[in-house]
Design a binder for this molecule. Sequence first.
Ligand code: NCD
Ligand code: ZN
Length: 367
Amino acid sequence: MNATVALTESKTSATTTTSARIDRIELTRPDDWHLHLRDGEYLPAVLPHTVRQFARAIVMPNLRPPVTTTVMALAYRERILAALPAGSRFEPLMTLYLTDRTTAAEIDTAVASGVVKGVKYYPAGATTNSDSGVTHVDRARPALEAMQRLGLPLLVHGEVTDTSVDLFDRERAFIDRVLAPLVRDMPGLRVVMEHITTRDAVSFVESCGPEVAATLTPHHLLMNRNAIFVGGIRPHYYCLPVLKREVHRQALMDAAASGNPKFFLGTDSAPHARHTKETDCGCAGCFNAHAALELYAEAFDRAGALDRFEAFASFHGPDYYRLPRNTGKVVLVRESWDAPVEYPYGADTLVPLRAGEPLQWRQLPEA
Ligand code: NCD
Ligand code: ZN
């Protein structure tokens, strides 16, 4: 008798779930709060992918040479605007690359420009094009104090470069050694911990005041470190900070779906030519701009949290950056399509995330 009741109940709930399945998502047009657009011949190859989905993006400054001054940021912004597809609207939000020599006066100039919205802190040697980064946080003190005074966010690549620290522990070590002391010493400094990958980072950000926030990538929400080794070594799933254990992925997904405004969308779409990834010492970075919203939708769907997707994608970021929320809409439908196996990338090619494999959501073209 009891068994029959239980069976009926589970059948009923399955039916309810099916009928309540969400097949269409309408979102306020989102922004990407961490993006690599590159430069030269690569810029027009990747920019249209982002423009299709996002109204604005925080553009990373790790070019060669890095964007260390406002003058350079303004020139880079012009190159981005010149590369926009005809008739499109997109606002690049520029960043400066922090070095040991960045002055307080440069921070004043950056804020006065109105186009620089953050300053990127790469520990020297931590990731792609980070050689000119900060060698010790104390060296950046004058710039950081000016940023605290002016409310300009510091965007942090949170990994130590100490090779004696296990690669998978470098984010936690950075929090302990650099970030926690920094936040303690400069409580007014606004800090975005970029592309967080561990539950330690989630707990740290949660424990801080409203000045400290974090971005989350679609690949860190969808995959754990096993993805790098499925059937062999998969260079296109290698990025920094590297994918972590499942327990960390779950903590990231919980944070993204929590509704906590400290956590928001930042794709870290980081294109590299195919031959620079498929080689004996491949570059770090995953290209996901071809399907960023589709990948995030899949992650939120899997977590049963589609009702939390819009705030994460479209509200928390502009609120943190003290910018207006966008007014347009984007629509995604549940529809399977295969990601292309590659895209043109200047004279090279680019392998996107999920290349040749099915995606479960599709953004509809603008009406
Ligand atoms: C980024 C790149 O390629 O510029 N790579 C990456 O693995 N994420 C740099 C970065 O954000 O760390
Ligand atoms: Zn990045």
